[in-house]
Design a protein around this ligand. Structure first.
Ligand SMILES: [Zn+2]
Length: 416
């Protein structure tokens, strides 16, 4: 008697499997196939095995002939929700404008420029603008996306950003993970210490009470929050059930990675200036290093992150778009291409970091990030014959289909 399932993927030229985010090995199943039931992967094998074991006419059959099947991307670090654009700033910086030149032209730059516009946007306006970006991410193979607040920097505006995360979660067929980043900076009209009190006493409790976020994040760098200030804020978050994450070492080394190790954070993100001793601490504490090649490219970073020592120290790595007004990137393909060519990650390591590594950085690796029996059926089918094509074919979109929770949600460039 043949078994039933809801959806089958058959005849894959390559079906890519791995159980570990580290290292340079993976399993390429040729003529690969999958059976999916109730949104989860029920069986993996070659096409003849799946044909022999299952009643194919009882389910939907997706033919992946000549194509590559990989896990859906897990984009674990984004600032998806914001209003407006900083294209004037970006094009000015490309031309080498100084801050005086921006001032002369009346162009406000940096996070505070986006805070101004975001605070003045309606929730519906924010939702519409963020929806366009999320749609592009899904069309490019992303099935799980983390989304941070941090352009409100007031109770009301930060809550509104997080509520937009929940609206996106309702409106789109992908998993949206919400992170409170009230400590992205502090408002221009409030001293940092007073804002920290507001964060601890009002904002964090309000976010937790309304169940608007899973994580609490902060920016630890010279000119931002010190490691001790980060500890205060993140411990306040933790006491309200928000797990800590940290932006650190992007432009200086002031101890954020050490703190991430001490607090056993789920991830430490950027790490450009993080010394080997601190990388070792991260690895020992199982903190995932989230690497953001998009921002290093967008700002033409003087010291791009170097995965070499991280790999040597045994750190688990993730890749993410860091989609934000300073790095408007919706494509994990592009991120993988950058990670390989500019930061010397191998295609295998980049693929693992963009999927299973991202899942680990969100504490979701039991559920998503790799093709394993029992895991959620979040998959992409690429219209290429080898997985390395994704880093080789620059700037395009190789996605033929996206499957989320066992359902086809993207078919030949159309979000269903
Ligand atoms: Zn960020």
């Amino acid at each position: 008697m043949k078994k039933n399932a809801d959806l089958f993927v058959l005849n894959a030229k390559q079906l890519i499997r791995y159980s570990d985010s580290k290292g340079d090995s993976l399993e390429v199943l040729e003529n690969g196939a999958l059976a999916i039931k109730d949104g989860r992967i029920l069986a993996i094998g070659d096409t003849e095995e799946i044909r022999g074991a299952f009643a194919l006419d009882e389910g939907v059959v997706v033919d992946a002939s000549g194509k590559v099947v990989v896990p859906g991307f897990v984009d674990c670090h984004t600032h998806l929700v914001f209003a407006g654009s900083r294209v004037d700033e970006y094009s000015g910086r490309i031309q080498g404008w100084t801050s005086e030149e921006f001032k002369k032209r009346g162009i406000k730059t940096g996070i505070m420029a986006t805070v101004d516009v975001t605070r003045n946007a309606t929730k519906e306006g924010l939702f519409d603008q963020s929806s366009d970006r999320l749609k592009n991410m899904i069309l490019a193979g992303t099935t799980t996306v983390e989304s941070k607040s941090g352009y409100g920097l007031s109770l009301e505006s930060e809550l509104a950003m997080l509520e937009v995360n929940l609206m996106l979660r309702e409106a789109f067929p992908v998993r949206v993970v919400s992170t409170f980043l009230g400590a992205h900076g502090w408002p221009e009209d409030i001293p940092k210490k007073s804002y920290m009190e507001l964060l601890k006493k009002e904002m964090i409790p309000a976010v937790a009470e309304r169940e608007l976020a899973d994580f609490c994040d902060i920016w630890c760098d010279d000119g931002h929050y010190t490691a001790e200030e980060c500890r205060e804020i993140l411990e306040a978050g933790l006491s309200h059930g928000l797990r800590p994450k940290i932006h650190t070492g992007a432009y200086s080394y002031i101890g954020g990675a050490d703190l991430a190790g001490e607090m056993s954070m789920v991830s430490a993100d950027h790490l450009n200036y993080t010394p080997r001793a601190a990388l070792k601490k991260l690895a020992m504490a199982d903190v995932v290093g989230v690497l953001l090649p998009g921002i290093d490219f967008a700002v033409d970073h003087p010291r791009p992150f170097d995965p070499g020592p991280m790999v040597e120290e045994g750190l688990s790595l993730a890749l993410a778009t860091n989609c934000c007004p300073g790095c408007w990137c919706e494509s994990m393909h592009f991120i993988m291409s950058l990670a390989c060519r500019r930061h010397s990650l191998s295609p295998v390591m980049a693929l693992k970091a963009a999927t299973l590594g991202g899942a680990m950085a969100l504490g979701l690796d039991d559920e998503v990030g790799s093709i394993e029996v029992g895991k959620v059926a979040d998959l992409q089918i690429w219209g290429v014959s080898r997985f390395e094509d994704v880093v080789y074919r620059l700037g395009g979109n190789v996605v033929d289909k996206v499957i989320k929770d066992g359902r086809v949600i993207v078919d030949r460039g159309i979000l269903l």
